[in-house]
Design a protein around this ligand. Sequence first.
Ligand code: FHN
Length: 480
Amino acid sequence: MKKILFLIILISNIAFTQGFAQTKRSSIPLQHGTHRLGKRTDAEMQKWRQYGLGQFIHWGVYAIAGGHWNGKYYPGAAEWIRSWKEMPDEDYDNLYKQFNPTAFDAKKWAKQAKYMGAKYMIITTKHHDGFCIWPSKYTDYTIKNTPYQKDLLKEIVDAYDAEGIDVYLYFSIIDWHQKGYRSALPATTEEKAGYEEFKQFTRNQLIELLTNYPTAKGLWFDGTWDKAWIEEAKFTDDLETEMRALRPGLIIGSRFRADENGKRHFDSNGDLMGDYEQGWERDLPNSIADVNGNDWDCVMTIPENQWGYHSDWRGYVKTSYDLIDMLVRSVSMDGNFVLNFGPDGKGNIRPEESKIAQEMGDWMKVNSEAIYGCSYTGLKKQGWGYFTQKDNKIYLTVFNRPINNMLHVEIPKGGIKPVKAYFLSGNKSVDIINAGRNKQNNSLYNIALPADYISGQPFVIVLEIEKSAEDKDIYQQALT
Ligand code: FHN
């Protein structure tokens, strides 16, 4: 009871001090705006919030081409190669006849993801090319008609489920292979009828996925920026309602549908559409104000902009250090960080990605306590790294060790006070030096790192806190 009371006071103090920059609401009457104001509070979404780290996998027949065709290099994202003029559609549309990933081992992938520390994964069931990695009964363009024949999606779902990693299904609304598909609403009656068929086809595939893979926790939509899709506010709203009724607890991000005014992610009143904000692609918020108090995830590539397998990565390739920084930064602002992998046409995870998974896993093995189930602290960001928090522990993940070895911490008046500090790895204690107050009357502390401490990796200091004496008065006032 005492602990709960302490947490309530702590959270309210922190939230009060910092304040979330909520987007100002207007009150336009909407038929197809958001269905919910504020965050979901159910167990499924609570779990989603605790994940911290996820894995994305882009895998399809584009992996066979690997960003090259007829000896020419495709400079775009490998999974978009069909849209390149140097590769005739017909060549691409026949690639599936060669798709035979003999090296594919779903259990190996899942074990690697588990080692990396991923708590959830998102798999491309169908990318913009329309190729389905499950044997959909609504099209022939599926895994069933490749030399491999078996249901890849089932193998993946089963293997990740077995490792305790939650699976989410990526689904592209863009489908270059489907006859009736259009990116903008068609003009002729015949084309309109074709688009109506496409809508039903899309609905059928989604219901099929939710029915056949019932352990999947949610859907991750893409390609919903198409004008044609945006203009289907009623259809998409009805479809969302149908999917949620079929699978209570289902998690769907803000990319699925637009309101009747064509507003995506946030409806015309500025309210989030869907269960979390899904707009952070290869980009991270700068500060907590940018996320408006919403749940969110960031999806990130290791090279610059390659999601599917490209055999020749050019440009800057992120290191595990960069990616751990992004992971901690995401969690410090209440987000999840999802790292993309693009296996090759045979089903191998490329060595560069395996190395990253290994290095991130090594780091997580020691430091994951600062990630899983952690959230934003409300403390002022400092140059040495990031704060995350769980219960009465604040974690200081240090990426940029100060030259004087002092980790500066500012604690708002009337809140909490640090009682103990130690290295997460090894528990060795470190001194907390009280450095007085600043003009805003915030308490200043320096956590003194031992000068002889050497770490080749970002490291974590745990700061245990308790409510300060001033809180007692606040609590007393609250009782009257
Ligand atoms: O066009 C796709 C791209 O290929 C990739 O799938 C990413 C992943 O978030 N989504 C789209 C671009 O937003």
